[in-house]
Design a binder for this molecule. Structure first.
Ligand code: NAD
Ligand code: 0WE
Length: 258
């Protein structure tokens, strides 16, 4: 298929080849899109540059989403390489302090609560705002972010990340309203557990995977490729009348009450 021939996509959140963002980027490239990437921190720069090179990326640039200057510069650079136009934005960024993903949510201090919300939720608002003129210049576009059930229900240890995802989920709906008049769509994919860099270090992840396998209607795991398939749908013109929604790629887990 070449659903993305002639489309230009900016991808935030690749860290390594296991990243959900990388699975999405590869799918977009396979179907004809031109790609630009951001990375956070020198530690992963070479990894992202190497991956980006394999899909002939136009632009690889640093972006810490906490920084308004970084966000402004990134979209300035995107505008320069793509003549002021962008079609697709993939937001696949989240972070909370490791110590806040164990123990009691109740103990989350103020500064780390806001850090998690800043990086994991406000970053969608900031990047959507910066992307808006570039997307509008192409007659509209599509934005996809990554969420998790822990923003809707209490998942033990997900803690402050759950609060950040609830903020992200609500932001998707308000952005969908604001940007809809410019034919810019905003949606989320809610993924089941995937063993990425962000997931591997979590205590009890293996136990959670086992429980997922028992309780999900399909009794099996999902992988990053499944998430990419759903994200590509939402990013494509096939979803031209789909906005403000969440597509669950979780083997049905969210439908269960036990
Ligand atoms: P990952 O570690 O590969 O990706 C997380 C990315 O966030 C990394 O690239 C990291 O560099 C980036 N990031 C963190 N802080 C940043 C900052 N200040 N500025 C810019 N970038 C920053 O892990 P992943 O599992 O691919 O996570 C991607 C998204 O998928 C996240 O939103 C995560 O919450 C979501 N998600 C993951 C799972 C899962 O089980 N892995 C399930 C559902 C949703
Ligand atoms: O969104 C996530 C994880 C995001 C994440 C992961 C880390 C690990 C390293 C955010 N910040 C950090 N900070 C670090 O220092 N997921 C959906 C995966 C995940 O994380 C969990 C889960 C699941 C699922 C944490 C506890 C319980 C379940």
């Amino acid at each position: 298929m070449s659903r993305f021939a002639g489309k230009r996509a900016l991808v935030l959140g690749v860290a390594n080849k296991r990243s959900i963002a990388w699975a999405i980027a590869k799918r977009l490239a396979d179907e004809g899109a031109e790609l630009a990437f951001t990375f956070q921190g020198e530690r992963i720069e070479s990894s992202v540059r190497n991956l980006a090179g394999t899909v002939g990326s136009k632009l690889v640039t640093a972006c810490d989403v906490r920084s308004d200057e970084d966000v402004a510069r990134v979209f300035q650079e995107v505008g320069e390489v793509w003549d002021g136009g962008l079609d697709l934005l993939v937001h696949s960024v989240a972070f909370a302090a490791a110590e806040d993903l164990e123990g009691r949510f109740t103990d989350t201090p103020r500064d780390r609560f806001w850090m998690a919300v800043d990086i994991s939720a406000y970053s969608l608002v900031a990047t959507a705002r910066a992307a808006e003129p570039l997307l509008a210049a192409r007659g509209g576009g599509s934005i996809v972010t990554m969420t998790y059930l822990g923003g809707e229900r209490a998942v033990p240890h997900y803690n402050v990340m759950g609060v950040a995802k609830a903020t992200l989920d609500a932001s998707v709906k308000y952005l969908a309203w604001d940007l809809g008049e410019k034919s810019i769509r905003v949606n989320a994919v809610s993924a089941g557990p995937v063993r990425t860099l962000a997931a591997r270090s979590i205590a009890g992840f293996t136990e959670m995977e086992r429980m997922f396998e028992e309780r999900a209607p399909l009794r099996r795991h999902i992988d990053a490729g499944d998430v990419a398939t759903a994200a590509a749908y939402l990013l494509s013109d096939e979803a031209k009348n789909v906005t403000g929604t969440t597509l669950y790629v979780d083997a049905g887990y969210h439908a269960m009450g036990m």
